[in-house]
Design a protein around this ligand. Structure first.
Ligand SMILES: Nc1ncnc2c1ncn2[C@@H]1O[C@H](COP(=O)(O)OP(=O)(O)O)[C@@H](O)[C@H]1O
Ligand SMILES: [Mg+2]
Length: 323
């Protein structure tokens, strides 16, 4: 067995705001095995994108790392210079960010953009670059004739797939994707996910995937992390978290999505709003919205506790599991 490709430890990210630092990511730790697919879910503003930016070391002002480490193959990315990081980007880690379909340069052909990335990170000659560019486009089911196309000549779904082709150009070990399918219609989403999954199985890269789409989570991810107010409140094998969510927030979240296979259920949603990230409450960050919160929940911040392969940050769950 080889070790994990990624080890995130006690990661914390702050945004400077006029009213003080906002804790957007708070004490997040997880490992990612080679070839593993980790999905991250949680309501808008809970820190999913910020976490991905921090893992890829792409944070910019007003965001900054406030603590923790990101070990990729044992190398701590948080201690590397921008030039050292550049060596790892694309080759080891690549990132497909939210609204990726607008991230292509409108003034360059697809071939020119793929070639730029190759030249920046390899010493390949023109022939090899062209060959590899055609290959990655074919991988995402785009006909290589589109190497000559400009982004506006491609549909939204094709642009999204072109971004994924770019991310796979140098065969990275980890591909980070932030809601890459959210701008697409359902049919294009399904087809894109199917391609990502086929390629993952073929090429063996690991994936961290942020999505709102619970059917994507349930079909493709090995493990699922649920975030709330900057914290991971639950993390475990996807099937387990789906079938037996433990944290009251995860339970609410699962109930808010209609089950694809199960019987129809009432959509409940979760009343209330997340806490201020500038002046967070001292206790559990979910306590205000939790029907089961008690005095301990309101005064003591719960730790992430491990049960087998499952981790949960909740006093009530912790107490119920005590022998
Ligand atoms: N540039 C910024 N300046 C200040 N706060 C920010 C900035 N970007 C994000 N935030 C805050 O950080 C929190 C997490 O944001 P984000 O990571 O985008 O969440 P998500 O991707 O889960 O929707 C939110 O409360 C958001 O308002
Ligand atoms: Mg986001």
């Amino acid at each position: 067995m080889t070790g994990p490709v990624l080890q995130v430890r006690n990661l914390r990210v702050e945004y400077a705001t006029p009213s003080g630092p906002a804790q957007a990511v708070e004490d997040v730790s997880f490992d990612l095995a080679q070839g593993e697919f980790l999905a991250i879910v949680g309501e808008s503003g809970c820190g999913k994108s910020t976490l991905l930016f921090a893992v890829a070391q792409l944070l910019t002002y007003p965001g900054s790392l406030a603590g923790g480490s990101v070990l990729f193959d044992g190398v701590d990315f948080t201690s590397l210079s921008p030039e050292e990081l550049r060596q790892h980007r694309w080759r080891d880690i690549s990132v497909v960010m939210q609204s990726a379909m607008n991230a292509l340069n409108p003034t360059l052909t697809i071939a020119a953009q793929l070639a730029d990335a190759c030249r920046a990170h390899t010493d390949w000659n023109d022939e090899r670059i062209e060959q590899r560019s055609a290959e990655v486009l074919s991988m995402v089911a785009i006909d290589p004739v589109h190497l000559k196309s400009y982004p506006f000549q491609l549909s939204g779904g094709m642009r999204q797939r072109a971004m994924i082709a770019m991310a796979l150009l140098l065969e990275p070990k980890l591909v980070i994707m932030d809601e890459p399918t959210s701008a697409l219609d359902v049919v294009a989403q399904r087809s894109l996910m199917h391609q990502v999954e086929t390629l993952r199985r073929q090429l063996g890269f690991a994936v961290i995937f942020v999505t709102h789409d619970m059917s994507v989570v349930s079909h493709y991810s090995d493990r699922l992390a649920v975030m709330y107010a900057g914290e991971v409140v639950e993390l475990g094998p996807t099937r387990e978290v789906f079938d037996h969510p433990e944290h009251p927030y995860s339970r609410g979240l699962m109930e808010a999505f209609p089950s694809l296979l199960g019987e129809r259920r009432q959509l409940t949603g979760i009343a209330g709003n997340p806490p201020s990230l500038v002046n967070p409450p001292v206790g559990c960050l979910f306590a205000d919205r939790c029907a089961h919160a008690n005095d301990e929940c309101r005064t003591v911040r719960p730790e992430l506790i491990t049960y087998g392969e499952h981790q949960v940050r909740c006093h009530l769950v912790a107490r119920s599991k005590q022998p």
